[in-house]
Design a protein around this ligand. Structure first.
Ligand SMILES: O=C(O)[C@@H](O)[C@H](O)[C@H](O)C(=O)CO
Length: 471
């Protein structure tokens, strides 16, 4: 007989799995060490007029699905009203069975609105009315959603030139117990051939209060911003290495490339590789010196639809998986820092699922420093953040390394409702380990297995990122 749709034992196929989830994983707080939430919206405690605003306002995963279902852009990011957009999504969701959106969306309706029935065109009017009544009655502001989700730490994604104004305001707000910390994401300082690079340098110069005329000035400005971010509570950096490069460079070669780019001139591909390598090594050293973790997000192929990029800008659902090779340049890049004993704690993600064995085997080359799980194979990212993608990442990590030392899940989201992704991950994790126990592949030892589940859900991240050192 079919199970009830997404009941309390959803995804938990054995008694061991159910015990591991309900008795160990479920109650663990959330440490969301990579996301794209707005610190301003958290500070201002944003409220919403309706379900469309909180659900469809910035979620390019849902936008892609609606486009694939044939809806015109006005119903996605355009000027259709909230209900029209919600109805478009309600008509799309049934077509998305098997896609994580189907489970995420229904988990969000369950956990935040107490709505259990499947969303489709038939149930849309009633769900719209019930959810909005709750939104209007209060209790679902940005901070209330975070608190309701038992989130202990949020790491937003921030540019070195950002003022961190709202992180500073939140730092002083003793009423709000969740730590909202910046992450240092210097992509714009690395992408010297991107349009607008000289203007960006001017922005960075203003933020750092250091005139930037030379490459050395740039390094001084970035160092000053790293110090500032650290004071505000930053303990993790993040890089989008859409193409991983490593080409040894002298100081003079990096400086020459920077000088050219500062004048608005494109530099050669070789000069770009050298500049990026030199700067990434500088940054890695600075992160290591401060005990930060460093994240490399590799192989995204962004902004494929240039017409839509011109209309809507980046991060609007027109990215996909890249297939550039990473093994050799990544090995050389990490080794460049390791040679100086300056490799920081590092989390590696590749968007290409075929790279799972490469990443999971790579991390074993650079472990050490007395830090358990110093180098991590990051949680299944973006297009891999699916049930099968998460299982593949967990299994490959277990095949090649220490699953028990994994720092676990992150939302990587722009929506305050996305904390149910941690529940989704924890259910999948408990089901996998439960399956191993049921098959006799691991001892049916609730204390041991439960401890591993709690560690992956929370305790490993708490120890790894050391956010407790932030006051
Ligand atoms: O950090 C990234 O580069 C990606 O996570 C990117 O922001 C993407 O839009 C995303 O949010 C995937 O979940």
């Amino acid at each position: 007989m079919a199970r009830h749709f997404m009941d309390e034992d959803f995804l938990l196929g054995s008694e061991t799995a159910r015990r591991l989830y309900h008795d160990y994983a479920k109650s663990m707080p959330i440490i969301d060490y990579h996301c794209h939430l707005s610190p301003q919206e958290i500070w201002e405690n944003r409220t919403y007029r309706n379900l469309a605003e909180v659900w469809l306002g910035g979620d390019h995963y849902k936008w892609r699905a609606m486009r694939a279902n044939g809806f015109d852009e006005r119903y996605v990011t355009g000027d259709a009203d909230g209900y029209e957009k919600f109805l478009a999504y309600a008509r799309t969701l049934p077509q998305a069975i098997g896609n994580p959106l189907y489970h995420w969306s229904h988990l969000e309706l369950k956990r935040y609105f107490g709505i259990d029935e499947p969303l489709d065109e038939r149930s849309a009017p009633s769900i719209w009315e019930r959810a909005n009544r709750q939104i209007q009655n209060g209790g679902l502001s940005a901070r209330e959603l975070i608190t309701k989700s038992n989130v202990e730490v949020i790491c937003t994604t921030d540019d070195p030139a950002d003022s961190l104004e709202y992180h500073l305001k939140l730092k002083g707000d003793a009423q709000f117990r969740t730590k909202v910390l910046p992450s240092f994401r210097p992509d714009k300082a690395l992408e010297l051939n991107r349009p607008g690079f000289p203007d960006y340098v001017r922005r960075l110069e203003q933020a750092a209060g250091i005139p930037i005329r030379t490459y050395d000035d740039l390094l001084a400005a970035l160092k000053a911003r790293i110090d500032f971010f650290h004071e505000v509570g930053c303990r993790v950096s993040d890089h989008a290495l859409d193409v991983v490069v490593c080409e040894e460079a002298t100081d003079a070669e990096a400086a020459a490339a920077f000088a050219e780019a500062l004048q608005g001139r494109r530099v050669s591909e070789e000069a770009e590789r050298k500049y990026k390598t030199h700067l990434l090594i500088f940054l890695g050293r600075e992160y290591a010196a401060r005990g930060w973790a460093m994240q490399y997000h590799m192989n995204a192929m962004r902004n494929n639809n240039t017409r839509r990029l011109a209309e809507l800008g980046p991060d609007t659902g027109f990215d996909s998986i890249g297939d550039t090779s990473i093994a050799r340049p990544l090995s050389r890049l990490l080794d460049s820092l390791e040679r100086e004993n300056a490799l920081p704690k590092t989390i590696l993600y590749s968007l290409h699922p075929g790279h799972n064995p490469i990443v999971a085997s790579m991390i074993g080359n650079f472990q050490g420093g007395g830090i358990p799980g110093k180098i991590q194979f990051g949680s299944a990212w973006w297009f891999n953040d699916t049930k099968e993608g998460m299982i593949a990442q967990l299994k490959t990590l277990a095949d090649f390394g220490l699953l028990g030392r994994f720092v676990g899940m992150l939302t990587d989201s722009r929506s305050f409702l996305s904390y149910t992704r941690h529940e989704y991950f924890r259910r999948i994790l408990c089901n996998l380990i439960g399956e191993w126990a049921e098959n006799g592949e691991v001892p049916d030892d609730p204390e041991m297995l439960g401890g591993i589940v709690e560690n992956i859900s929370y305790r490993n991240a708490k120890a790894y990122f050391d956010f407790d050192s932030v006051r």
